[in-house]
Ligand binder design. Structure first.
Ligand SMILES: [Zn+2]
Length: 236
């Protein structure tokens, strides 16, 4: 594997541009986002956090959003895009940023393209999809067991305790989170697939997409993600 010769300090000073991470729940998106944030010193922008922040601070956008949510309705694409536009205009986004939970729809993706080109963004948008095998993902998620005493997380398929259903550290009986049962996980994954597939196609057609094999060893996945960011997407 080729390790770029640049030092961490170089990474933290360079412009990297906008990054979108796609990956199903349990695909390890959070871990990858964190290492990108640490290496490049760019912010991770979550639309959920942004919405909460605007409501809490009582901004004009936040007031509008709160009124809609109080009526039990969903915040419109337009309002979400306005909040994202405001966030991206802040100075900490100048060298780049990771978008988390945005875009969710092709309409939002089109809006983002328009926004970036209107601002004369020189660095291309990079979309990285962490692809994982469905059955493996299901095992990863349904096999999860937690110790209620010390919080250690096990996986009965990939990282089992020495004695079945018993914590190695303190002997406590391991527990299963309510929403970690197979039915609800399978529903979550299907909903994710349905929502993300059009976006994947959208970015693939624009040669902005890099797919990473998320079933590889964690160190390999991390290295592949960073390597993908160091090269321009395939224009062929
Ligand atoms: Zn324990």
């Amino acid at each position: 594997m080729n390790t770029p010769a640049a030092s961490v300090a170089d990474y933290g000073a360079r412009a990297i541009g906008p990054i979108i991470l796609l990956g199903a729940p349990g695909a390890g998106k959070g871990t990858q986002a964190k290492q990108i944030v640490d290496r490049y010193g760019i912010p991770q922008i979550s639309t959920g956090d942004l919405l909460r922040e605007n409501v809490k601070l009582g901004t004009e956008l936040g007031k509008k959003a709160k009124a809609i949510m109080d009526r039990g309705e969903l915040v419109s694409d337009e309002l979400v895009c306005d909040m994202v536009a405001e966030r991206l205009s802040r100075p900490d986004c100048a060298r780049g940023y990771i978008l988390d939970g945005f875009p969710r729809t092709c309409a939002q993706a089109e809006w983002l393209d328009g926004y970036l080109s209107a601002r004369g963004s020189k660095l291309p948008l990079r979309v990285i999809k962490i692809a994982v095998d469905y059955d493996r993902l299901l095992k990863r998620l349904t096999g999860r067991r937690t110790c209620p005493v010390c919080g250690t997380i096990y996986n009965i398929h990939f990282n089992p305790p020495k004695v079945a259903n018993t914590c190695d550290q303190d002997g406590a009986a391991l527990s299963l989170r309510k929403d970690d049962n197979e039915t609800s996980i399978s529903e979550r994954l299907k909903a994710y697939e349905k929502q993300t597939l059009p976006l994947t196609d959208y970015y693939r057609a624009r040669h902005a997409l890099t797919e990473i094999n998320g079933d590889a060893a964690p160190e390999k996945v991390s290295a592949d993600v960073l390597a993908a960011l160091e090269q321009r997407p395939d224009k062929a």
